[in-house]
Design a protein around this ligand. Structure first.
Ligand code: KE4
Length: 428
């Protein structure tokens, strides 16, 4: 593949943007090589600055669940922009968006829009602390809830990719209020709760982890967390920035049948535009300003362009629930095809999959938490990533990320991906 334009652009980008990117995971640092600069995308395909086409398994890290440049979303944005791109005043569309979300997800009476998943998770934690009067939170190693200080403790995604143990700038005071446990280790959580009785405001969890590859909850894990939160009056927060509107219309709460106290959203909810949200029972949400004193705000929260993109996307998903069945069938087809070719290879591997989230780990043991994801042969993943890229398949540039399927993928695309994997094996 000729990627000389991306090489030139990356050189130039580094002169004006830290690391040449506006988000670290895009820099290909963990897989090596030059990040590809994208020029456009349509459906399941990305087109880089050199005009090369790639089958897309990032889907903008989740949002593009219906494929890129989805017609109804594009049209809605074009139209809405003619009536201004922002007011800084309430609009009817924000009410319609909130009502639509509340109609789709369980256990949410009130919801507040923000502009990113980070803001959603940061606000949910502040609300949990404000409501309980407690300071500490429990998060899980390898889980990523955005880049707010409280979350940059043993975090996943780019923090794990770059193996950043403690993030400079996060004060000891803040870090001390973030307790961590291994995902799927209920006893470790029980121990933390016993050691810090009455001090823990919230447990925040990626219900299906996606920031250390895709890692499923063990049976009983979330049920155990729910019970613990009920017993200790701890707020149970589902970070559904990735899983929301992807695993089911009602997200992981619906798919797993677990009731969270608060839920955060991002990605799909904005249809590719900057949107996040946090919501929950009135009992909690009524403490958010201006109703209550837990202050939270944003100039562009509920922005009309972002709202119309998200509203159009969610309406499509709500009115066509068969999309979820199609997406899951495509992901299972891919999983089984990859399994077939990888089995003939004779080297250890694990494929984790739920709904339209999937990841391959070159590991000889099950990948159930950060330690087992980190101890996989991730050098092999780097080779796999580039071997696939050279064959026109764009995977997330890190072993610590889930792949995200979009519904524009055809069986032919999936077969090409399976074939590209088969051809790549001798390069690993
Ligand atoms: P944003 O602030 O990036 O919109 O959302 C933060 C966030 C919160 N919670 C979960 C479960 C998330 O996955 C994310 C963001 N995910 C990463 C991808 N693993 C975003 C990609 C990036 O950092 O560029």
């Amino acid at each position: 593949m000729n990627t000389s334009k991306s090489v030139e652009l990356f050189e130039r980008a580094q002169k004006s943007i830290p690391g040449g990117v506006n988000s670290p995971v895009r820099a290909f640092k963990s897989v090596g090589g030059t990040p590809l600069f994208m020029q456009k995308a349509k459906g399941a395909y990305l087109y880089d600055a050199d005009g090369n086409q790639y089958i897309d398994y990032i889907a903008s890290w989740g949002p593009m669940i219906l494929g890129h440049a989805y017609e109804p979303v594009v049209k809605a944005i074009q139209e809405k922009a003619l009536g201004s791109t922002s007011f800084g005043a309430p609009t009817e569309l924000e009410i319609e968006m909130a009502e639509l979300i509340i109609s789709m997800v369980p256990n949410v009476d009130l919801i507040r829009m923000v502009s990113s998943g980070t803001e959603a998770c940061m606000s949910a934690i502040r609300l949990a602390r404000g409501y309980t009067g407690r300071n500490k939170i429990i998060k899980f190693e390898g889980h990523y809830h955005g880049h707010a200080d409280s979350f940059l403790v043993k975090a996943g995604s780019g923090v794990a990719t770059f193996n950043i143990q403690t993030v400079p700038g996060v004060t000891a005071g803040v870090a001390n209020d973030t307790l961590t446990a291994a995902y799927n280790d209920l006893n470790a959580v029980k121990k933390l709760v016993a050691e810090h009785k009455g001090e823990i405001a919230a447990i925040i969890v990626e219900p299906v982890a996606g920031n250390m590859g895709c890692i499923l909850p063990k049976p009983g894990f979330h049920e155990g967390l729910r019970k613990l939160c009920d017993e200790e009056a701890i707020i149970f927060i589902f970070d559904e920035v990735m899983t929301g509107f992807r695993l089911a219309p009602g997200g992981a709460q619906e798919r797993l049948g677990i009731k969270a106290d608060m839920v955060t959203y991002g990605k799909v909810i904005g249809g590719g535009m900057p949107v996040g949200a946090f919501g929950g029972k009135k009992e909690f949400m009524q403490h958010i300003a201006p109703l209550g004193n837990v202050y939270q705000a944003g100039t562009l929260s509920g922005n009309p362009i972002a709202m119309i993109a998200g509203y159009t996307m969610l309406t499509e998903l709500k009115n066509n629930p068969s999309i979820y069945k199609d997406l899951e069938e495509k992901t299972i087809y891919l999983r089984d095809g990859l399994n077939e070719v990888l089995k003939t290879w004779g080297q250890p591997f694990v494929i984790n999959q739920l709904g339209s989230m999937i990841s391959i780990h070159f590991s000889d043991h099950p990948v159930v938490d950060f330690a087992s994801a980190a101890s996989a042969n991730n050098e092999r993943f780097k080779k796999y990533f580039h071997a696939m890229l050279n064959r026109g398949v764009y995977l997330p540039p890190s072993a610590f990320e889930s792949w995200f399927l979009n519904n524009a993928l055809t069986k032919e695309d999936l077969d090409k991906t399976i074939q590209a994997t088969k051809e790549s094996l001798q390069e690993l």
